[in-house]
Design a protein around this ligand. Structure first.
Ligand code: G3I
Length: 430
C-alpha cells in the first residue's frame, strides 16, 4: 500500500500488491534486496525487488499502518496487524441477512456443522460436498481464509463408521482405514481453499477415581485422559495418529490443528501436550485450536466448576505455553455466554428473557470481551486467527443447547447491530 511517499508493508498484503506498489515508483537508485512476504497466511515467499528502481522515496517497514491514515469501522481491518478475525457460518447465514455483516467484519470463515463427518460422508463412500463447497467458495470469493472443522470427532460421526459390513463392531483396522479414506478424500476436495484443519477435536476428558467422566465438575477429578469414545474404544490413541498422518499426506500445505476446550485447566492442557508433543516430533501437527466458549465471569459459587479457572491470566498462560512449544495458536470458537456456570441452564428462573440486552449485561459483556481482546492483542505474535462461533445473537448454538435458554454471546445483537462489546474491542490505538 502506498501512502503519500511512504510504503507500509502489512502482514496480510500479498506480494502482488507489494509488487504493484513498488512498480509505481520509477527512476533509479541503489538496488534493493529481497523481501519476505506472507500471502494471506498460505505461504511465505521471497520476492525479488532488486529490479525496482526507487528514487526520493522513503520506505518505512513497520508492523502497522499509522492510526492517522485510516479510520476503521470494520473489525477485521482494525485487527489487520494482529490476527485474522473469523466467524462460523451455517448453510443460511453466509447468504441471508447476515451476509453483509459477515463480509464487512470478518476475513476468515469456518462451517459450523457442514464439514463434519455426518454432513460430508453420511454413508460409506457417499461424499456430499455441495453445501460445504458453496460456503467455502463464498468465503474465498470474498477474500477470506477458511478453517476446516472437523475431520475426526467423537460427535456427529455416523454410526456406520463403527459397524462391520458383516455385522457387529468394526475392527480397529477398519476404523483406521475409514479415518484415512475420509480425511484424504475431504482434504483433497478442499485443497488450496482450506488453509487450516481441525484434524481431531475434543479427545480429552477428566475422570474420577472410578474412571467415570467428571464432565465440568472437577470436585472428584482424579486424572485427565483420552475420551472413552467409540473411536478410542476401538482404535485407541492410534486413531489420532492415523488422522494426522493421513492429513499431512493429503495436503502437505495445510496447517494441521488439534482443537479442544478448557485449555486453561493446567491438567487438561498437560495431557493434551503429552500427545501433541509426540505429533510435533513427527512433524504431523502445526497448531492448537483453543475453542474459548467463555462465560461472562468465572463461576463464583460453584468453585469446583471448570469455569472457576476461566480467567484472562489463565488463558494468556495457555496461549504462551502452546506457543513456546512452537505451535500456532488459533482461537477457534469464541463466544461469551451471558450466564455463569453457577447454575444449570434449565433453571428457568435465571433465564434472561429480554429481546435486547439491558445496560448491565451490555456493560459486563463489553468489559469481559475487552479484557480478552486486550490480552489477545498483547499476544498477537503468538495467535494467528481469532474466530467467533457465529455472527449475531439471533443465530447462536448457545440459545439451542442444551436447554433452549436464550443467550446473547456475540458482538452483534438480534437486530444485527453492533453491541457495546463490539465497540469495546474496536476501541484501541494500533
Ligand atoms: O441438521 C439436523 C436437522 O436435520 C434436524 O432437523 C435438527 C433437529 O434437531 O437437527 C439438525 O442437526 C443439528 C445440527 O447442529 C445442525 O443444526 C443437531 O441436532 C445439533 O446437535 C447440532 O449442534 C451443533 C453441535 O456442534 C453438535 O454437537 C451446533 O450447531 C454447533 O454449534 C456445535 O459446535 C461445536 C463444535 O463443532 C465443537 N466444539 C463445541 C461446539 C459447540 O458445541
Amino acid at each position: 500500500m502506498v501512502t503519500s511517499e511512504r510504503i507500509f508493508l502489512c502482514r496480510d498484503e500479498s506480494s502482488a500488491l507489494l509488487s504493484d506498489a513498488l512498480h509505481k515508483s520509477t527512476h533509479s537508485q541503489d538496488a534493493m534486496d529481497q523481501l519476505k512476504v506472507t500471502k494471506k497466511g498460505f505461504y511465505t515467499k521471497l520476492v525479488d525487488i532488486s529490479s525496482y528502481k526507487i528514487e526520493n522515496l522513503s520506505i518505512t517497514l513497520q508492523d502497522s499502518i499509522p492510526e492517522d491514515t485510516v479510520h476503521e469501522t470494520s473489525l477485521h481491518k482494525k485487527y489487520r496487524n494482529y490476527f485474522h478475525i473469523g466467524a462460523a457460518i451455517d448453510g443460511n447465514s453466509y447468504r441471508d441477512s447476515h451476509a453483509a455483516l459477515w463480509k464487512e467484519h470478518f476475513n476468515a470463515a469456518v462451517c459450523e456443522n457442514e464439514m463434519k463427518w455426518t454432513a460430508l460422508q453420511p454413508s460409506e463412500g457417499n461424499f456430499q460436498f455441495g453445501q460445504a463447497n458453496a460456503m467455502v467458495n463464498a468465503a474465498r470469493s470474498n477474500g477470506m481464509l477458511v478453517r476446516g472443522h472437523v475431520l475426526v470427532w467423537f460427535d456427529q460421526t455416523p454410526d456406520w463408521v463403527f459397524q462391520s459390513p458383516y455385522g457387529g463392531q468394526a475392527s480397529k483396522q477398519l476404523i483406521l482405514e475409514r479415518i484415512r479414506t475420509h480425511v484424504t478424500r475431504v482434504m483433497q476436495e478442499f485443497k488450496d481453499r482450506v488453509y487450516a484443519w481441525d484434524v481431531v477435536n475434543e479427545a480429552v476428558v477428566g475422570y474420577d477415581a472410578n474412571n467415570q467422566d467428571v464432565g465440568e465438575d472437577l470436585g472428584t477429578l482424579a486424572r485427565w485422559g483420552y475420551r472413552n469414545s467409540k473411536l478410542y474404544q476401538i482404535a485407541g490413541e492410534d486413531h489420532i495418529l492415523e488422522a494426522f498422518k493421513a492429513a499431512r499426506e493429503a495436503d502437505p500445505d495445510a496447517k494441521l490443528f488439534y482443537n479442544d476446550f478448557w485449555n486453561y485447566l493446567d491438567g487438561k492442557r498437560e495431557f493434551i501436550i503429552s500427545f501433541v508433543k509426540k505429533l510435533k516430533e513427527q512433524e504431523l501437527i502445526d497448531g492448537v485450536g483453543l475453542q474459548c466458549h467463555l462465560n461472562i465471569s468465572p463461576a463464583k459459587e460453584k468453585l469446583s466448576n471448570q469455569s472457576a479457572y476461566q480467567t484472562v491470566d489463565n488463558l494468556e498462560k495457555e496461549i504462551k505455553v502452546y506457543a513456546a512449544l512452537g505451535l500456532d495458536v488459533h482461537i477457534t470458537e469464541l463466544d461469551i455466554s451471558i450466564y455463569t456456570r453457577d447454575y444449570t441452564s434449565d433453571d428457568q428462573s435465571r433465564w434472561y428473557m429480554g429481546y435486547d440486552l439491558n445496560e448491565d449485561y451490555q456493560n459486563r459483556l463489553a468489559a469481559r470481551y475487552k479484557d480478552f481482546f486486550d490480552m489477545f492483542r498483547r499476544n498477537a505474535g503468538k495467535i494467528q486467527n481469532v474466530t467467533f462461533w457465529g455472527i449475531a445473537d439471533d443465530n447462536t448454538w448457545l440459545s439451542e443447547f442444551p436447554s433452549g435458554r436464550p443467550d446473547h454471546p456475540l458482538l452483534f445483537d438480534k437486530h444485527l447491530k453492533p453491541k457495546r462489546a463490539f465497540d469495546a474491542i474496536m476501541n484501541f490505538d494500533r
